[in-house]
Ligand binder design. Structure first.
Ligand SMILES: CCCCC/C=C\C/C=C\C/C=C\C/C=C\CCCC(=O)SCCNC(=O)CCNC(=O)[C@H](O)C(C)(C)COP(=O)(O)OP(=O)(O)OC[C@H]1O[C@@H](n2cnc3c(N)ncnc32)[C@H](O)[C@@H]1OP(=O)(O)O
Length: 209
């Protein structure tokens, strides 16, 4: 089966690799903690200088927003799949037979809630977005109205997890979608979402789908 990718796979050069380095640094700082044999004040100065260098190059926010939301932009900057977003794992979602979408992700300590486990809000974030992509894939999408999660088992860190979503049914402007996070055969989290077919205008464009 050839999997159709619905979200952006990170590029191996350019912005995606710079963002991947930032993601790695955030995880490394969290892993190291404050009691390391390193001049953290000096490190902070060097990192702040780098941040200032990039900030100084950024276009006007309004222009950047137009750029972000044009073309495939929707898949590049979001906090779940976006390779340009350092807080995204990032999750790559593919279409599956039967209309569902799914991707595998392995989450480290920046996403920790209970000891050694993924934070419940992170599970909700991954599922909210995955259901949204499943809706877009099915052809009728909208904004999340209500999202209900059932946390069946603790979600382990440092483990391959499959995040899956599919659209159940559409009635008028209401879209019901379901999803799961699984490890092997075991369902760890179940989600039910009620999305409302409403679309905000993308910056620089009329309302679009
Ligand atoms: C990267 C993110 C991109 C987001 C793009 C969005 C679209 C997708 C496009 C491409 C897809 C690609 C990727 C997308 C991936 C992820 C998507 C992320 C999703 C989000 O992250 S999105 C942010 C969180 N989300 C909000 O920020 C919503 C704030 N909220 C509102 O904007 C309104 O509140 C709204 C629109 C919900 C309703 O407003 P409205 O005025 O259109 O609705 P109205 O009153 O006409 O009700 C009509 C019928 O829906 C029922 N109803 C109303 N509200 C309900 C609710 N909350 N729950 C359950 N049922 C509800 C009524 O009870 C009535 O039912 P009935 O007809 O039976 O009486």
């Amino acid at each position: 089966m050839t999997l159709t990718e619905l979200t952006a796979r990170p590029d191996e050069s350019g912005i995606d690799t710079a963002v991947a380095a930032v993601r790695r640094l955030a995880a490394a700082l969290l892993a190291a903690g404050g009691r390391v044999d390193l001049d953290l004040d000096d490190l902070a100065r060097r990192l702040s200088a780098m941040a200032g260098e990039v900030e100084g190059l950024a276009p006007e926010l309004a222009d950047r927003m137009v750029d972000m939301w044009s073309g495939e932009g929707v898949t590049r900057h979001d906090p779940v799949t976006g390779p340009e977003n350092a807080i995204a794992p990032p999750l790559v979602l593919c279409a599956e037979d039967g209309g569902s979408v799914a991707g595998t992700v392995n989450l480290g300590i920046p996403y920790q809630g209970p000891p050694g486990c993924v934070h419940g809000g992170i599970s909700a974030l991954l599922l909210d977005h995955t259901l949204g992509v499943a809706n877009a894939h099915a052809g009728t999408s909208g904004m999340t109205g209500t999202l209900t999660l059932r946390y069946e088992r603790p979600v382990p860190l440092h483990t391959d997890l499959v995040v899956r979503g599919w659209q159940e049914r559409v009635e008028g402007r209401k879209i019901w979608s379901h999803g799961t996070i699984t490890s092997g055969e075991e369902v760890l989290v179940r989600a039910e979402g009620l999305f409302i077919d409403k679309h905000l205008a993308r910056p620089g464009q009329e309302v679009s789908r």
